[in-house]
Design a binder for this molecule. Sequence first.
Ligand SMILES: Cc1cc2nc3c(=O)[nH]c(=O)nc-3n(C[C@H](O)[C@H](O)[C@H](O)COP(=O)(O)OP(=O)(O)OC[C@H]3O[C@@H](n4cnc5c(N)ncnc54)[C@H](O)[C@@H]3O)c2cc1C
Length: 437
Amino acid sequence: MQTECDVVVMGGGPAGATAATLLAERGHKVVLLEKDAHPRFHIGESLLPANMPLFEKLGVAGEIERIGMEKWGATFVSPWHDKTAGFEFADATDPTMPKAFQVRRSDFDEILFRRAEKVVMEARENCRVRDVSLGGRREPTTVTATDSAGVVHEYRAKFVLDATGRDTFLGNRLKLKQRNAAHNSSAMYGHFRNAQRDCGKLEGNIIIFWFDHGWFWFIPLKDGITSVGAVVWPYYMKARDKPLRQYFLETIAMCPPLAERLKGAELAAEPEATGNYSYSCTACQGESYLMLGDAYAFIDPVFSSGVMLAMNSAFFGADVVDARLKGDARAEAGARAKFDHVMKEGPKQFSWFIYRVTNPTMRDLFMAPSDKLDMKKALLSVLAGDIFGKTRIKPGLYAFRVAYYLFSLANLRRSLAAWRRRAFNIRDDSTMRPARG
Ligand SMILES: Cc1cc2nc3c(=O)[nH]c(=O)nc-3n(C[C@H](O)[C@H](O)[C@H](O)COP(=O)(O)OP(=O)(O)OC[C@H]3O[C@@H](n4cnc5c(N)ncnc54)[C@H](O)[C@@H]3O)c2cc1C
């Protein structure tokens, strides 16, 4: 079967479904292909306040509100500090985005996909892209996909969007994907029934617990289920010598404040694990393609930034494709420059914090955040995902960074030990052993 269209969007997660909706609403013939069928499990359940305006623009805010657990902030728990640290997004530099949601991704992704389905020329689930032959400005791009019945679908398009997430379809094909040499981590996660949550407005906060081998997330969902995940250094995952369920539960036991919250809780499904997920591609666009969301880069889940960055990339990506399809070369050049900027700026802003989040100095700063020089406000703006220049957060961020380096210098021995340990932990070495110290 051969179909002519304007754009093929490969992958129907948040990035793909958002881009498909935006382009179809601008009058383009869009085909959206998803290898799974919604609703399907996906990890990545904690959203950011910066997602909210995107939901409004897409017209799905009401539906997300219906399935989402209100998230007004984040709580940090450290075994090296005697009190917890709570943050409210309302205290960020821009207080107009005080809330986000925690969502079951199966429900969330389905809402976005069904939204796209209503407006695109063709939306196909259970249809995996197998091959792409990239064209140019005049020659069409051919996308070949196979559905679950084995039927081969061939699409001839003017443009293709890669939104295949961590499958990084084009990144692999074009050999543009690179391991992130500055970061490396793995995760185990599961859904619990009857976890002990906070009350009232705090109930929906994400809670981050640090522990010896990394950190945990605790994400309360609306239906009473709580998502718990351990993000650990690769050596810790490699040391697993027992079934995942047992290893996961034993890992939780190493973090007493989290174990306390899970005392009467039970796993609602078998836990899952994923490893070495920090990567980026050396380019996010070509003559007839763009890479969106995780198809371009993913660093680490600690700031819950993945879905926001994925949807944001779709908004900026849609401007590029729209200009290209309208034949407006000037608008296309401008949109491409902006797209390139946001694709790099997002991971860059978060990565400075991500690379240091397990550092003792950073922990100290998080556990006792200072309001001086707007440092706390700027930190909260990052936690809210307000990082693309709309709000003036740079002075506060610079102050925060200076404070970090000064405190690191003041505790030089501890800092050097931490840097050495981290360098050891993130290295790409199959014979890796646990770091000492
Ligand atoms: C352990 C962990 C925890 C995380 N926690 C959070 C969090 O709390 N908050 C947050 O915002 N982010 C989190 N993330 C990141 C988040 O999951 C992703 O950033 C986000 O899902 C990216 O969206 P996407 O649309 O780019 O990709 P995806 O959501 O992965 O969607 C890609 C889609 O493409 C489809 N696909 C793949 N290959 C093909 C193919 N060949 N043909 C057709 N379809 C294909 C897939 O089935 C999938 O539906 C976490 C990530 C990890 C690893």
